[in-house]
Design a protein around this ligand. Structure first.
Ligand SMILES: [Zn+2]
Length: 470
């Protein structure tokens, strides 16, 4: 059911009409109800798809490189006023990262003994601090120190704020947040109708739903990617991570291994869920661990792409966070689609095939308990004595891994949709059919050939893709 907009703030209604009439959004699909009111939020998959297609065309027109299905940056770029009006209270807030997070707010209020709120624009906070008689030098030093700015001599207030905004929006430092959160293609202008002043209820619900899917996917990656799964789980529960959040140096959604040697703590100011990013500095740190431990950083299904990236990232640093990252994400999506298809479309014999081919070999790690040093290296390995009544952890792993592939969401809210050629899909069907006929001989080889041929195609695409403009 589509909600009526009558209860919405009149400023917001004006705002919607202004946006719909603006040339920047020319051609973006939107409908009106019988009363002529704009249906700002769409529930229709077809309309969402039309909006996505529109955005892709717009991005091409502006020569912007966007990550697949992620148009937040584009919507920010084309927003004509950069000010979003709140549907509930009519407040006008910046779409940029201009508002203090809880973390920054605490520091600010302590340092300057004031009561600022999360809805105060950082520029207004700056002015109020000065109006309160605090020395300008102190204020500037506070910004420099807190945001880690290198040199601000001769640089004015607005430029300093722009620098801080960039640090928070591009490098995900958790100090400033935007006034309106992104939600495209569901919302016409790409912004949640409530500003941060009035965010509650349904938004929080939507967010937790999406996070639920992400959590399920994460589980699937951890179970099926390469790496010492048992060691990684034990290490992340060890004293090295007491009270701290664990992160993978390379995101498992990009195919990186789930292994103790590639786990680190999340630093205080980092965004807890850095969405599957890949940066030059990440690659450098990962290569260092790879060469000192000899443990491969990438799962087998993306290892050729990883080789290509290692050889070429220095020559093409602009490709790292966009083209390389997207290609890895796409390859994972294809791979998990293949695994899920085998599990479900092989006439009931797919799961046994997967156990023999992938899960049993991976479950050997459950025969041991481990001790670790501070970098996740295994310093001691003790064979677990056979217990009569205890359940077999290797058996439990196999069951959980099969459940995880079943739960892996087909409605890709948190991962990409598979993108395979006709021939690749045909070969996948042939493999599923053979497994279903209980002729698994040669299927493992055929499966591995298929995965590698897809990987080769994507590697070729990474090679020929034009470097994005910075
Ligand atoms: Zn509001």
């Amino acid at each position: 059911m589509e909600k009526t907009i009558r209860a919405w703030d009149s400023g917001f209604v004006e705002y919607m009409e202004e946006m719909v009439g603006h040339p920047n959004y020319k051609g973006m699909p939107i409908r009106r109800n019988a009363e002529g009111e704009l249906l700002w939020l769409t529930e229709l998959d077809s309309e969402s798809q039309e909006r996505l297609d529109w955005a892709q065309e717009k991005a091409d027109e502006l020569e912007m490189i966007v990550q697949p299905r992620e148009f937040a940056q584009l919507m920010r770029e084309i927003h004509p006023t950069k000010i979003h009006v709140c549907k509930v209270c009519g407040s006008r807030m910046s779409i940029y990262h201009h508002y203090p997070t809880k973390h920054l707010l605490k520091t600010l209020n302590k340092e300057f003994k004031q009561e600022f709120s999360e809805n105060d624009h950082i520029g207004d906070i700056w002015d109020k601090i000065l109006a309160n008689g605090e020395p300008k030098v102190w204020l500037r030093q506070f910004f420099q120190r807190t945001f880690g700015l290198s040199d601000i001599r001769g640089i004015g207030k607005n430029e300093i704020i722009t620098m801080c905004e960039k640090i928070c929006s591009e490098q995900s430092k958790r100090l400033l947040s935007p006034g309106a959160t992104t939600n495209f293609p569901r919302v016409f202008d790409g912004y949640q109708p409530e500003n941060r002043c009035c965010i509650a209820g349904d938004r929080a619900e939507h967010l937790s739903e999406t996070l639920g899917y992400i959590a399920i996917d994460q589980k699937t990656y951890k179970f099926w990617n390469d790496g010492n799964l048992h060691g990684a789980n034990a290490y992340s529960k060890s004293k090295h991570f007491e009270d701290k959040t664990v992160r993978h140096m390379g995101p498992v959604a990009l195919g990186f291994v789930h292994d103790p040697r590639y786990l680190r703590t999340v630093e205080d100011e980092e965004q807890p869920a850095i969405r599957n990013r890949l940066l030059v500095e990440d690659i450098e740190a990962i290569i260092q661990v790879e060469s000192s431990t000899g443990v491969p950083a990438m799962s087998w299904y993306s290892s050729e792409m990883w080789m290509h990236i290692k050889k070429n990232y220095m020559k093409n640093p602009q490709k790292v966070s966009t083209i390389y990252r997207n290609a890895l994400l796409q390859n994972s999506a294809n791979y998990f689609f293949i695994i899920k298809s085998i599990a479900e479309k092989s006439n009931g014999y797919g799961r046994d095939f997967l156990i023999d081919a992938f899960l049993d070999p991976k479950s050997e790690v459950f025969e041991f308990t481990y001790e670790f040093d501070a970098w996740g290296n295994i310093t001691e390995r003790i064979t677990i004595p056979y217990t009569k009544n205890g359940e077999d952890p290797a058996e439990r792993y196999v069951q959980e891994a099969l459940e995880a592939i079943g739960d892996y969401s087909e409605r890709a809210l948190s991962h990409l949709l598979p993108d395979m050629t006709y021939d690749e899909r045909f070969e996948l069907s042939r493999i599923c059919w053979k497994i279903g006929q209980q002729e698994p001989n040669g299927c493992q080889k055929a499966l591995s050939d298929l995965v590698i041929s897809i990987e080769k195609r994507l590697t070729q695409e990474m090679r020929t893709a034009k470097s994005p403009k910075v």
